[in-house]
Design a protein around this ligand. Sequence first.
Ligand SMILES: Cc1ncc(COP(=O)(O)O)c(C=O)c1O
Length: 447
Amino acid sequence: MALETFPKEQTLEMRKRLIGQSCRLFFSHDPVKIVRARGQYLYDENGLQYLDCISNVQHVGHCHPSITQAASAQMELLNANTRFLHDNIVQYADRLAATLPNKLSVFYFVNSGSEANDLALRLAHQYTGHDDVVVLDHAYHGHLTSLIDISPYKFRKLGAQKDWVHVAPLPDPYRGMFREDHPDLAQAYADIIQSLICDVHKKGRKISAFFAESLPSVGGQIILPPGYSSKVAEYVRAAGGVFVADEVQTGFGRVGTHFWAFQLQGEDFCPDILTMGKPMGNGHPLACVVTTTEIANAFTANGVEYFNTFGGNPVSCAIGLAVLDVIEREDLRGNALRVGGHLKELLKQLQAKHTIIGDVRGVGLFLGLELVKDREDRSPATEEADQVVKRMKEERIVLSTDGPWENVIKFKPPMCFSMEDAERVAEKIDQILQDLKRTHHKVESRH
Ligand SMILES: Cc1ncc(COP(=O)(O)O)c(C=O)c1O
């Protein structure tokens, strides 16, 4: 099979002409054309290999043979919508249920993280009868109109905050309003939610949902203070609202110790609605909302059928089942724990050597390296982070940045990432930071 239809320059010219320019490319100054991939490796049109440190969608590895076989076998047989009775959807829901607390037991299958979050908003509204939503600052929950409305990362750029949306500070122990030296971070940040809820009530409004990622990713790979979610859930439920955990990025064993990132908050915490997406189908569009029977019943009670043409079709569910099988068979959760732990340790060693590394954080294969100009005032080293990403690309390692100041280099690679990959990444970052320091010194001594 030919790997290219057009030479790279022509592909680029056609893309500029035909595809909306708000759909951006990685490395827009010098885009990479990828024609095939396997595991954690991408290959360009000349056969050059790139190490992929950011594709959390291709969760069990790009083009995993078990996934492609499951997809093609089911495609040969049947793909129909969910109004016909079929085993795959119930078998898949049953397998997912086994990874979750009993309370989360009713599933709705959809095609993207955005669809999942939009449905979560509807479920919350229907169950509570309330309209208002509390979100964390810098959050992103999807591209639908309803989700731009609850994504400060997007609506701030548009200068348009809806009156039913309330933004709480990101509980970021490194850069947030309360930091790692605070005696009770969880309580301090949860107290703000409590007072926000009081303000909402004073305006005569009522909370429908608190909506947050279990580990805020666009916010800069943040690890929520332990105990935070339980306290917030208590306040939100007391106000008649529900707790929605967005695990579109973080689910399916990425954190290593648990299957779901919300479980990092302890045994006593369980959201009322959980949304999932990206890694579910290993690149096939498959996403889901799971909730309690009470919430699902309230949604059913409105008498309106929920129909989704593609959601939960036999091919999607065959793929979802194959993804779960590979996670188990290849112990990818264990791999995330071991390799992620090793990479974190290597990055910590670099932190001891390079003052530009302000913070190294994360769990499993969800890590962040925050660059700062000054460790005291923690001023973000945005340009330097950008330079590191560009230089890593020259080394054929694909990385990107996140966080409100785009100074957090993020790692969320396919879960088959190896110890050798981790070592190669750390070694190259070390070299690049040394080079940056040398260039910086030369410029300083010229002045
Ligand atoms: C946390 C989070 N929620 C929801 C979404 C939306 O998912 P999708 O792009 O599949 O619609 C994203 C996408 O980046 C996301 O990161």
